[in-house]
Design a protein around this ligand. Structure first.
Ligand code: FAD
Length: 217
């Protein structure tokens, strides 16, 4: 299968980087094709705005979605957006690897989302959810948390599925992706090295069997 992995972590020796590298290795060993974007390594500029376009349809009043519709037709999106869009269109599975920041994705990944999923190409009137342009593709969140699993309950931080709902439903399913079970490693800094290694092995085994997992769903 064709798999795209996006990493949003600034430290190359981090546990998130270890999960990212494990994923690449395991998927390639299992015979899959892998493409990646390492957002911090590539110094990805996450601020979405007029700079997304080489030319504006209306320079007097900036409205991003109108400009996106124009730019998709005129091929006037900036190259850093186009190259990411090509990878998304290429892939059958997209994985986002990130540490949970403020119950959400890190800003660099949010900016990537704001820039690359342009109207007219990834969604449009009536082209959302089951009719979305990415229907048939799968997406998976792979994340780490600082907080322990026991705190991710209703009367404390809240249920993790509720926390991830805006990403799962408001972004991925909205675009047409089917969402796979997220891979969540809680409280990663408080684990022992051995425990972390076991979790890397668990991740590797899951990815080695990703095709079977998809067929079962
Ligand atoms: P690291 O600190 O990089 O790694 C943990 C340990 O694993 C380190 O000791 C490292 O050396 C070790 N390690 C690295 N590679 C390996 C390997 N191959 N094998 C074994 N061990 C290895 N947490 C929440 O729960 N909820 C929040 O809303 C939240 N918001 C945050 C907001 C901000 C702005 C920030 C900065 C943090 C927030 N956090 C939150 C905490 C954050 O989610 C965690 O700090 C993060 O998930 C930890 O992952 P990491 O990859 O950075 O860990």
């Amino acid at each position: 299968m064709k798999i795209l992995i996006i990493l949003a972590h600034p430290e190359e020796k981090s546990f998130n980087a270890a999960l990212f590298n494990t994923a690449i290795k395991s998927l390639e060993e299992a015979g899959h094709e892998v493409k990646t974007t390492d957002l911090y390594q590539e110094n990805y500029q996450p601020v979405s705005g007029k700079g997304n376009f080489t030319q504006l349809e209306n320079p007097n009043y900036f409205k991003q979605q109108n400009e996106e519709l124009f730019a998709v037709q005129q091929s006037t999106l900036m190259p850093d957006i186009v190259s990411e869009q090509e990878k998304i269109e290429w892939c059958e599975i997209m994985i986002w690897q990130f540490p949970l920041y403020w119950f959400s994705v890190p800003a660099i990944l949010k900016g990537w989302i704001d820039k690359v999923f342009t109207m007219g190409k990834f969604y449009d009137n009536g082209k959302i959810f089951d009719n979305g342009f990415s229907a048939g593709k799968k997406a998976m969140l792979s994340l780490t948390t600082g907080g322990p699993q026991k705190n991710y309950v209703e009367d404390k931080y809240g249920d993790i599925n509720s926390i991830l709902f805006p990403i799962h439903r408001g972004i991925l399913e909205f675009l047409g992706f089917s969402v796979l079970q997220p891979e969540i490693i809680y409280s990663v800094e408080r684990l022992t090295d051995e425990e972390r290694k076991t979790l890397l092995d668990r991740w590797s085994k899951r990815l080695m069997n990703i095709e079977q997992e998809i067929m079962r769903n």
